[in-house]
Design a protein around this ligand. Structure first.
Ligand code: FAD
Length: 406
């Protein structure tokens, strides 16, 4: 049986960064990354942006070239899915029944796109956007499509809508909530993005529930609750992910929606860490609530925390969350977590498409969404980190830089 001092499950952002950080810190033990996808680790954000738009070849998405992993003696076991963990024997077994031994296991398996549960969810022409294979499959069908329905008005759905609208397709976004981005942003930001999408010809159906997908073998429409049919040559489903943690939970790790980790990203299994999208952790920026974060920042920062533990440099996960989204020519940068805000202050010029929304809870700055406003993002970060208390009328005055308010 092959065995590694550190076995990383998941060749995505977190898995790659864990190996990079270990070697950067001089870790000399054996390391392997086992990943279900056939590719070497690559950047996922461009999948719904430049890569979907055809503006970036896949090779430019690779987090590191093949030679990097070989030079640093990181074994890449790609195209293998781990289905079982034995925490006592310290083995991870793939679907072919081959066991791999480990000293320390880092679980960085991300999540699988949530599927619609309704009739027709598995018809041909229904796509998710999570992997290169997903986007290649979608891209292969775009040439023959005219009407696209995107189910889900979150970041991935809206980014895909922007790319496809720019390609001249007739795009309809169906969102169950009464505004887009409802889960992640405040109303001013939602309304702004709704206006932008409409201005680019996208049809938004808000407060609209999908009843079923219709078609014989291949999708040709989406039926809404109430009976209305929205015709579609293609359907993209962007309704979140289901964290990939079954083998860990089956092995006895605590968890549910993700696997529970402590401040050092340890699960409740011995020498088993979990990082990235699948790691449920108590987050200071969410008032200590146990959450999962789906961002490159979180995957990388958690990977760094684990690498530090393994080379004897303790340090807890305490990073300020940040995120970005590109739609049309709009660059959104987010810092902090806006959930639970009790005030959303707009500064800057919404009409000029350069503004920020500053979120407060109990008078404290907890997050900012900055649209084409890099300075606010950079300076606002310090306000979030400090939990600064600032009067709303001072925040609205965009002529005063945020750094002067702290
Ligand atoms: P992943 O990067 O998803 O890697 C997990 C890997 O594990 C996958 O390759 C998976 O196949 C593999 N795996 C799963 N189960 C197993 C198993 N049992 N055995 C072996 N391998 C397994 N974040 C941002 O910050 N900004 C953005 O703009 C942004 N845009 C995004 C756009 C898209 C289309 C998507 C899908 C995500 C985007 N994200 C963005 C989120 C970001 O990509 C994720 O948060 C990040 O990839 C999480 O890293 P991870 O290591 O936890 O998981």
């Amino acid at each position: 049986m092959s065995a590694y001092d550190v076995l990383i499950v998941g060749a995505g952002h977190g898995g790659a960064q864990a190996a990079i950080a270990l070697r950067q810190r001089g870790y000399a033990g054996s390391i392997a990354i086992v990943g279900e996808e056939p590719e070497l680790p690559y950047e996922r954000p461009p999948l719904s942006k430049d890569y979907l738009a055809g503006g970036k070849p896949f090779e430019r998405l690779l987090i590191r070239p093949a030679s990097f992993w070989a030079d640093r003696d990181v074994a890449m076991l790609t195209g293998r899915r781990i289905v079982a963990i034995d925490a006592e024997a310290r083995t991870a077994t793939d679907e072919g029944g081959t066991a791999i031994g480990y000293g320390t296991l880092i679980w960085a398996a991300g999540g699988a796109p949530r599927r619609l549960a309704c009739a027709g969810h598995d018809l041909a022409g229904v796509h998710a956007i999570r992997t290169r294979a997903d986007v290649d499959a979608l891209g292969g069908e775009l040439a023959g499509a005219r009407r696209v329905v995107v189910v889900g008005g979150g970041y991935i759905g809206l980014e895909a809508a922007a790319v496809l609208a720019k390609r001249g397709l007739a795009v309809t976004v169906i969102e169950a909530q009464d505004r887009v981005l409802a889960r992640v942003a405040g109303e001013p930001l939602s309304r702004f993005y709704e206006a932008e999408h409409r201005a680019h010809g996208v049809t938004l159906r808000l407060s609209a529930a999908v009843d079923c997908l219709i078609g014989e073998g291949r999708v040709d429409g989406v039926q809404l609750a109430g009976g209305e049919e929205v015709p579609a040559d293609l359907v993209i489903v962007g309704i979140g992910i289901v964290p990939a943690v079954e083998p860990l939970l089956a092995a006895g790790a605590e968890g549910g929606n993700g696997v529970r980790v402590d401040e050092a990203c340890r699960t409740t299994l011995p020498d088993v860490f979990a990082i990235g999208d699948c790691a449920a952790h108590a987050n200071r920026y969410a008032d200590g609530a146990v959450i999962r974060l789906e961002s490159v920042q979180n995957a990388n920062d958690m990977a760094n925390v684990v690498a530090r533990q393994l080379v004897g440099e303790p340090g807890d996960y305490d990073a300020v969350p940040w995120f970005w989204s590109n739609q049309y020519d709009l660059k959104l940068q987010t810092v902090g977590l806006s959930a639970g805000h009790d005030a959303a202050i707009v500064r800057g010029d919404v009409a000029a498409r350069s503004f920020s929304v500053v979120y407060l809870r109990g008078g404290r700055v907890i997050a900012l969404d900055c649209v084409n406003r890099v300075k606010d993002y950079v300076q606002g970060r310090k306000l979030v980190e400090a939990g600064a208390v600032i009067a709303p009328d001072r925040l609205t005055d965009a002529s005063v830089p945020l750094k002067e308010l702290i």
